[in-house]
Structures are given as C-alpha cells and as structure tokens.
Design a protein around this ligand. Structure first.
Ligand code: SAM
Length: 279
C-alpha cells in the first residue's frame, strides 16, 4: 500500500508525540492535529487532560493502555470505519516507544487506513543527543528484563557490538543496573540522563566503574546511555588475543575469559587452558 497522506484523504490514525516533562515541548502541528481529530486515545485520561487543558484542546478522550488495549483496538478501528480520524498519545513522549501503540498501528495498516506520525519528544533521542557518546549507530533496548538471568543473557548479546546502547530504567533500579552493566561490559563510558526537559534535569557523564560509586538520586526518570564495544572482535583472533582484548576494554582476567567463552561458544576451561598455558 502506498500512503500519500497530504495528497489523498482516508480516515487516519495520527500517532502524536507529546512532551516528556516540559509542557512546552509540544509542536504546533501536534496541537493542530489534536484539535482536528474526532477522538483522542490516551493512556491515562487524567495525565493527558493536564496537557490538553494547557493547550486548550477539548476533544473526547478514550482510554487506551496496556490492560485494555486489545478491547479498545476494535473500537478504534470502528471509529475509523465510520469515517472519523483518531489520534493516539501516551503519558509522555512518543507512543509505541515503550508505550502502547504498536499493535494498533499494525491493525490500522491491515485495515487499509492511514497511519501518520506527528514527531516530537522521545526520552531516548533527547538522552543520546546530550550523552556525549557516539550517536550513530545506536541500539534502543528500552527496559531491561527484570530477571537477573534474562537480563544478563540479553546484555551479553551486546558485548561485542559497537552501537551505543540506550536503556530506560526506573530510578530505584539504576544502581543495580549499573552494576550489571559493569559485570557484563567491563569499564565503559556511561551517561545517566535524569529528568530530561524538567527542572531537575541532570546529565552525569562518567564510566561504569565510577557510576557504581556514585549515589544516584532515587527520584525522577532515567535513561542510561552506554558506550559500545571499541573494536568489535575479529573472530580470527587467537583465544589469547581475544582475552587480552577484553582486558583492554576494562574487564578483569576472569570476566574476560568468561566473555570469550560465551562469544566463541566454548567452555570456560577451554579458554582458561589456552590462555593460562600459552600467554
Ligand atoms: N514513550 C516514551 C518515550 O518516547 O520516551 C517512553 C515511555 S516509558 C513508559 C517511560 C521511560 O522513559 C521512563 O521510565 C524513563 O526511562 C524514560 N523517560 C521518560 N521521560 C523521561 C525524562 N523526562 N527523563 C529521563 N527519562 C525519561
């Protein structure tokens, strides 16, 4: 399907980004679109009412959150079928980015209606831009798995990748997450972006090792931006070169050997033998 939304007219889902804290971070176009649609889908009607009142927007709201989104999706499609336009907003930032929206977008496309993005704030982009770390390429993880084993398994898949990593985290888990990142990656640069666009915005540019020792404020919202691997490993390296590479990246010897075993798909004792005997 080729969508030309400025040329053709069809019932449309507008996916509208809203501020991540500072009410002024709203585009003229976002205000205009919210004023023009027939219904606004939002996560929490009370939260969105504050923003909509600020911009004098008064439109019917329909709650659309993680716990009712399947049921509400059909209602949204029915509204489009009746020839009306809808907008989707979330509590903050860009819908669909760690917020409801993805399945609705697919459903609207499947039903042959238009999906138009009204871009604006997203914590991930705001954080990476001020991080001082490599902007491209980056990889967006969002929230890490809660279970330690799942978290570790996921982080290990990034061990050898050069992309800067973007992680959303709750303030109460920042300390533990920084420790888990250090255990997996060794000492790399990290930027902790807290309360972006708000009164207490704080950007801490440091390293994982130093970040462990810092007392992080347990209030507010955080994005963690972690430096990627300096030199992705060439698997033609010998095991000794491979272990030394990780030591150069800030791992201790034991962690370096463990990382090599994981990446090469061999046992730790095989790495140990090759490294200890021949180094
Ligand atoms: N859709 C949003 C976006 O586009 O960024 C993200 C929603 S997600 C449920 C909320 C998470 O985003 C928070 O836990 C935090 O990690 C991050 N976040 C949102 N606003 C933030 C802010 N002002 N400063 C730092 N992090 C923020």
């Amino acid at each position: 399907m080729i969508q030309k939304s400025f040329k053709d007219k069809k019932p449309t889902l507008y996916v509208v980004s809203t501020p991540i804290g500072n009410l002024k971070d709203m585009s003229y176009r976002a205000v205009e679109v919210l004023n023009e649609v027939d219904v606004i889908l939002c996560e929490d009607t009370r939260t969105s009412s504050k923003l909509l009142n600020y911009y004098d927007i008064s439109k019917p709201l329909m709650s659309f959150h993680d716990f009712n989104k399947e049921a509400k999706q059909q209602s949204a499609i029915d509204i489009l079928k009746s020839g009306k336009d809808i907008a989707l907003i979330s509590d903050a930032g860009t819908p669909g980015i760690n917020d409801p929206g993805y399945e609705l977008i697919l459903d609207v496309i499947d039903n042959d209606y238009f999906v138009v993005s009204i871009p604006g704030a997203s914590a991930a982009i705001a954080a990476i831009i001020s991080s001082g770390l490599l902007i491209q390429p980056f990889t967006f993880i969002g929230f890490l798995p809660r279970k330690k084993g799942d978290q570790k398994a996921l982080l290990e898949t990034y061990l050898n990748r050069k992309e800067t990593i973007v992680i959303y985290e709750s303030p109460l888990r920042v300390k533990k997450t920084v420790e888990a990142l250090y255990d997996c990656f060794g000492d790399r640069k990290i930027t902790l972006a807290r309360e972006l666009t708000k009164m207490f915005e704080t950007i801490t540019r440091t390293t994982l090792k130093q970040a462990i020792a810092i007392e992080h404020d347990t209030r507010g919202e955080y994005v963690l931006i972690v430096e990627g691997s300096h030199e992705p490993i060439d698997l033609s390296m010998t095991i000794i070169e491979h272990v030394k590479h990780f030591i150069d990246e800030g791992h201790d010897e034991k962690a370096a050997m463990k990382a090599v075993a994981k990446l090469r798909g061999i046992t730790k004792s095989e790495v140990y033998k090759a490294y200890k005997i021949n180094k």
